[in-house]
Design a protein around this ligand. Sequence first.
Ligand code: SO3
Length: 297
Amino acid sequence: MYDPRLKTFVTVATLKSFSRAARILFLSQPTVSLQIQSLEEQYGLPLLNREGKEITLTQAGELLYQYASEIIGLSLEAETEIIKLTGRLKGKLVIGATMTIGEYVLPKIVGSFKQQYPEVEILMEVGNTERIVRLVNQGRFDLGIIEGPIKNYHLVKEKFMEDELVLIVPRGHPWTELEAVHFEELCNARLILREPGSGTRQVLVEALLSRGIKLSQLNVYMELGSTEAIKAAVEVNLGVSILSKMAIVKELRLGSLQTVAIKNLRIMRTFDFIYQENYLTGLAKEFIEFCLKWCSN
Ligand SMILES: O=S([O-])[O-]
């Protein structure tokens, strides 16, 4: 077990804020300040520059940051090895998952993980990619699982599985007669999209950009922050949408939604695990392995 002041120091340095670190660590702000102060007294040098708007690391702080991150990482590694030795997983795992993953992929996996490891408590929060990435970076989750690109954050990303975004239309829509719809037709159709910040939307935007098309050239009729709401809107013919194949399995089976190919455009993406470097807990590591095995079966 490492000195808990190191975790506090690394959290303050990462978030550049005492108050945010206090919130994440469930400590009061005076406790966070006292812990940093006692480290500074121990080393006899200031670790943080507090002048100006942002907290930055001093030279001693930079050094300690590197060592502290390694110490914490090694401690988590030791935890993983000991878990393997005992073969008994227990504890709490806090996951942040994006919508498609949290609502359509993880429930089954979490269910069988719980069956195998009943002593593990799993807490899962669902949000869009932007939110999950931000909260993983703040240390709020042990593990994030996302469906869009990471922007402006230094986090470890590991591939979970492949996914495809598909064009969905309501039952009986004239496009279902076509082999594939031309892009020009799609540009004129009423499109129902996920909100900005969602991976689903970002992946679509990037796929369009790679073909020289801007989102503004499409007729975006509605933006909804929920996959279920989008499916319901398409079912009642308010427009068409582009969603993950994983999210429409039930509707395809029931026939309430249908997919249509887009000529010369296939939108593939990956779902990815994300976590802070050196901060992967033993439980999170086991969960990643479990998910990968589950998918390969
Ligand atoms: O929930 S998403 O699409 O980031």
